[in-house]
Design a protein around this ligand. Sequence first.
Ligand code: HEM
Length: 153
Amino acid sequence: MDRKVLVRMHAGFGTLALLLILSFFTSTVVVELQGDITQIQMVKRYIVYGIGLLAPAMAVTGFTGTKLSGKSRARLIQQKKNRMKRIMMLGVAVLIPAAFLLNYLAQFNAFGMLFYSVQAVELVAGAANIFLMGLNMKEGFMLSGRIIRKQKA
Ligand code: HEM
């Protein structure tokens, strides 16, 4: 496949993934702070459906990123790969199970200690993933020369 197409796909799906996680995070915070139960239930359901889009978007981002990197051992690329591993770990081990459990509890009106504890963990892990994905985006722009790295004095 043409490299230009690959870069566009990579940047497009990477950005989509980041925007999805950002929307999960902000909609959660907004409805927890000022929404009613029906709105919380709606957001919890939206997140579970959203994962159906997020998971393939992450897979395409990882696959195209690996293809674009080839055999490069450049530091920025190694850092992006390591970050991607942590992003996937947090997603698979914390965020996906939390989203399903929270949706289940919300649909049964079970807004007790368990709901809010899992919710807190989900928000912390979600914030960490937003941060890591943001760094990957920034370093992506550095790799393609859209952002010039500051020189050390
Ligand atoms: C959530 C994860 C990621 C996001 C959000 C992301 C985002 C981006 C963005 C926005 C660009 C700039 C493209 C452009 O200028 O149009 C880029 C470039 C790049 N990314 Fe990623 N990326 C991610 C993961 C990865 C991974 C895991 C790898 C390597 C295994 C990788 C390798 C690359 C490479 C090599 C480029 C430079 C492409 C070029 O211009 O030749 N990325 N990335």
